[in-house]
Design a protein around this ligand. Structure first.
Ligand SMILES: [Zn+2]
Length: 446
């Protein structure tokens, strides 16, 4: 009993230390603040409106944005209410759409990370009981679980909390299409303990932690085989090593599943992530329907997904359904929108991936969207790092894709999402107008 309480205190201290280290480590945005970037774009707008046919939505964008800006996590009823609002706007403008129902593991992040934490604790028990094979099996089960759930999209444990959700799919069909251009934005939101940047720091230690776990297995093996590590100092060292391992996976569970502890009033309303993108696509739908954008020989698909924030589930369902389709379709490509409609110039994300494999943005699409960005804003597109977003599902299926958004500068940049900083004050409506103009221009460039 005495050793257990010592062990418990040890784990507690380790969790506290890791937690404090991550919190105290300063959160800063990676890029410099290119004020002039946004300034130039804004100055160009009056001219751009005539030259590049940028619609003036007056107060409309603000009204749509405010209607959507409620916490709408995948496990909430608000997810359905948000889908209903999007459909109501589309119906009011007589924009043709269909819905795609799919099964959504609504607490995927919580369930998977908690299962990994339980495996880590069991591994600790196996180490103390000096069972190396069991410890190894438990250690191997951890990456196997994560890969199955997050990379292969097999709900090994996350099926325990499922519900139905829907993607909303708008189609504008050309008479004789030679291509299909898909534009996507996710309408779900998320609140997390950490933002993207802090979370990435926590996840960075995942692979080293498996090395650490392997070390524990080797220690147990040695202890059994050579009857070493019997003394008190060695036992303390092993206890500490086990505690660090368990504490780390506790932290992962806290980072992924801690959202259940956040009260309603502190939930993110996802104004920019990805409310700004949804509003952008609504405006684009309206522009196309009203004939302000000529689609030429392109079929246009606007895809509003759910489940993005819990590992791209809506995009996964959409792409899988398309791959099952029989019959020939013209070649397809994707422009995905993430964090569009905050301050700053337009950026594209160089890579998209969950954690094992990262896919490159399609250079041809980047070039073409850059030409549209320059035509409308007068500023070239910039590269903006890597991300896990809906485009990953399309890229994995071999569909040329790129994700674009706004840099967020001046302002929080790419930090402060999944929390209260993603507020309506952060939305830049003029940038949304410019983005709609860019997408229209891009469509007309074919
Ligand atoms: Zn997002």
């Amino acid at each position: 009993m005495k050793s257990l309480s010592f062990f418990a205190r040890l784990i507690f201290c380790c969790i506290l230390t890791i937690f404090l280290a991550i919190l105290i480590f300063p959160v800063s945005s990676c890029a410099q603040s290119p004020q002039e970037e946004y300034g130039t774009a804004a100055v160009l707008l009056p001219d751009g409106q005539k030259r590049a046919n940028v619609s003036d939505f007056r107060g409309d964008l603000k009204q749509w944005e405010e209607a959507l800006a409620i916490p709408r996590p995948n496990h909430s009823e608000a997810l359905y209410a948000t889908a209903a609002k999007i459909k109501a706007y589309l119906a009011a403008w007589r924009v043709p759409y269909v819905t795609q129902e799919f099964t959504l593991q609504q607490h995927k992040m919580l369930v998977v990370s908690f299962a990994a934490f339980v495996l880590a604790m069991l591994l600790g028990v196996a180490v103390f009981r000096k069972k190396p094979l069991l410890a190894l099996a438990l250690l191997l089960a951890m990456p196997a679980l994560l890969i199955a759930e997050f990379e292969l999209f097999v709900p090994v444990v996350s099926w325990v909390a499922q519900k139905r959700a829907e993607n909303i799919i708008v189609s504008f069909n050309a008479a004789a299409p030679v291509r299909e251009l898909i534009f996507a934005a996710h309408y779900d939101s998320k609140t997390d303990i950490f933002d993207h940047i802090q979370r990435a720091r926590v996840y960075w230690f995942m692979i080293p932690s498996f090395g650490w776990g392997l070390l524990l297995v080797v220690l147990v093996f040695l202890a059994r085989k050579y009857s070493v590590l019997g003394g008190r100092p060695e036992r303390i060292v092993v206890s500490l090593a086990v505690a660090v391992f368990i504490a780390y996976w506790g932290l992962v569970a806290y980072a992924m599943g801690g959202y259940v502890l956040i009260p309603e009033e502190r939930q993110s309303i996802g104004a920019v992530d990805d409310g700004g993108a949804v509003v952008t696509l609504l405006a684009l739908a309206k522009d196309i329907q009203e004939g302000k954008v000529g689609v030429g020989q392109s079929n246009i698909t606007l895809l509003f997904t759910a489940g993005e924030e819990i590992n791209l589930l809506g995009a996964d369902a959409y792409v899988k359904a398309r791959l099952r389709e029989k019959g020939k379709r013209p070649p397809v490509s994707l422009i995905n929108l993430e964090v569009a409609g905050q301050n700053g110039g337009i950026v594209y994300l160089e890579k998209s991936g969950v954690f094992l494999k990262y896919y490159e943005a399609d250079p041809g699409l980047v070039g073409r969207i850059d030409a549209a960005v320059q035509a409308v804003t007068g500023v070239p597109i910039k590269a903006g790092g890597k991300v896990a977003d809906d485009s990953q599902r399309f890229m994995a299926a071999g569909i040329p894709s790129v994700t674009i958004g706004n840099s967020g500068l001046p302002g929080y940049g790419m930090t402060g999402f999944h929390g209260e900083k993603d507020s309506l004050q952060r939305v830049n409506y003029r940038n949304i107008e410019l983005m709609v103009g860019v997408l229209g221009r891009y469509i007309e460039s074919y």
